[in-house]
Design a protein around this ligand. Structure first.
Ligand SMILES: Nc1ncnc2c1ncn2[C@@H]1O[C@H](COP(=O)(O)OP(=O)(O)OP(=O)(O)O)[C@@H](O)[C@H]1O
Ligand SMILES: [Mg+2]
Length: 370
């Protein structure tokens, strides 16, 4: 499997820039997701790597082999890049059985008959669809069809597998199941997966690295938990996590290399950072994940229960403090009466400070009430 390297890749249509100066290194065997909202350039990026879209500028390499270079005038066609695709609409051939669907691509590639049968059998087994081998697509459920489509795509042993929102037309339960299958499949095949989604949960649970994009610009490229715990900026912080991170306006004044006095929601507290940091201005945003607002009698903060959303295993409590509504997530099912007084705290060392002007993360640390 190759390492994929994008250097200063840009895609422009007229004045509109779809992907802006993207630098990305996709490690051999990685499961990378391109994450971002509609129109941010995910599909365009995927298509450029696959060779289906020609970049305006930049270079794309698979290991040391140049696949595209605007400077050197190189553009290797998609068929020669040895990659597989799985798109949202994974049309199977309706007049072919499952076996024929999987074998078709191998026949086109002129594989030997015996090799084709062996490979089809192997794929049927991996995707656990052996019992459907002789059925036609119309005789399968959506999830089973999806598995056939994946088997068909993987059969020719693509070095890299590109998937563009392949689960988006499945129901929630099936999506969950297919996520599990995909993660297993990644491990079993050892292929490099490049996966497009706008679903942050999918990106969090599946990938070895998330490439978070906004309006054609890379925001952060890091493993999921780093994106979650140390988002590069307010955009990433807000996009990843459900319920979203609480973002609260605050004033901050440095009191030491790692400390500041902060004022927010009508309260004063000390901020103790995990590392040395600078404050470009006193206007900051405090970023607090919902799980860092534990509800307890001896909490330092007070608010009103705005609404309570018990989901069984956990409960989201919306707490109103002044004009601000905060989300707290607590384990178990509880139901607070609307407008009841609630005391809560700010826990842990994962509280973030962002620069309000640039949105960049300045520090992480803990909030201490004196
Ligand atoms: N052929 C084209 N000509 C002009 N603009 C285009 C063309 N193809 C895509 N774009 C624009 O480039 C931007 C990125 O498109 P892209 O399809 O990569 O988005 P995406 O992140 O995949 O979005 P979605 O989640 O909706 O699929 C969009 O604003 C789109 O309108
Ligand atoms: Mg797309």
């Amino acid at each position: 499997m190759p390492k994929i390297t994008l250097t200063n890749v840009t895609k422009q249509w007229g004045k509109f820039i779809g992907v802006n100066d993207l630098n990305l290194e996709i490690e051999d065997g990685a499961f990378v997701t391109l994450l971002g909202s509609s129109g941010c350039g995910k599909t365009t990026t995927l298509r450029m790597i696959a060779g289906l879209e020609t970049p305006t500028k930049g270079e794309i390499r698979f290991d040391d082999r140049i696949m595209f270079s605007s400077e050197k005038n190189i553009n290797i066609p998609p068929a020669k890049r040895e990659v597989g695709f799985l798109f949202q609409n994974y049309a199977l051939w309706p007049h072919m059985t499952v076996t024929q669907n999987i074998a078709f691509g191998l026949e086109t590639l002129k594989w030997k008959k015996a090799d084709i049968s062996a490979r089809v059998a192997e794929m049927l087994k991996t995707m656990r669809i052996e019992q459907f081998a002789e059925r036609y697509p119309a005789e399968l459920s959506g999830g089973q069809q999806q598995r056939v489509a994946i088997a068909r795509t993987l059969a020719p042993k693509p070095r890299v597998l590109f998937m563009d929102e392949p689960l988006s037309n499945l129901d929630a339960k099936l999506r969950g199941e297919m996520r599990t299958e995909l993660k297993r499949l990644h491990k079993d095949t050892g292929s490099t997966f490049v996966y497009v989604t706008h679903d942050q949960l999918e990106a969090m649970t599946l990938s070895s690295r998330i490439c978070m994009m906004n309006e054609g610009v890379l925001q952060q490229y890091a493993p999921p938990l780093e994106v979650y715990n140390r988002p590069a900026n307010l955009f990433v912080a807000d996009f990843v996590g459900n319920p979203s991170m609480n973002i609260v306006d605050a004033r901050a004044v440095k009191t030491g290399p790692r400390t500041a006095e902060i004022e927010f929601l009508g309260r004063r507290a000390a901020f103790q950072a995990n590392e040395d940091f600078e404050l470009p201005s006193d206007k900051v945003s405090l970023g607090i994940r919902p799980e860092f607002l534990p509800i307890s009698q001896d909490g330092d903060m007070e608010g009103m229960a705005y609404s309570t959303l018990p989901a069984g295993m956990e409960t989201t409590v919306k707490i109103k403090v002044g004009d601000t509504i905060l989300s707290s997530v607590v384990f178990g099912a509880i139901d607070y009466e609307t407008d009841a007084k609630i005391r809560f705290g700010i826990s842990g060392s994962g509280i973030l400070i962002f620069d309000q002007e640039t949105g960049g993360r300045l520090a992480s640390g803990r909030v201490v009430f004196q």
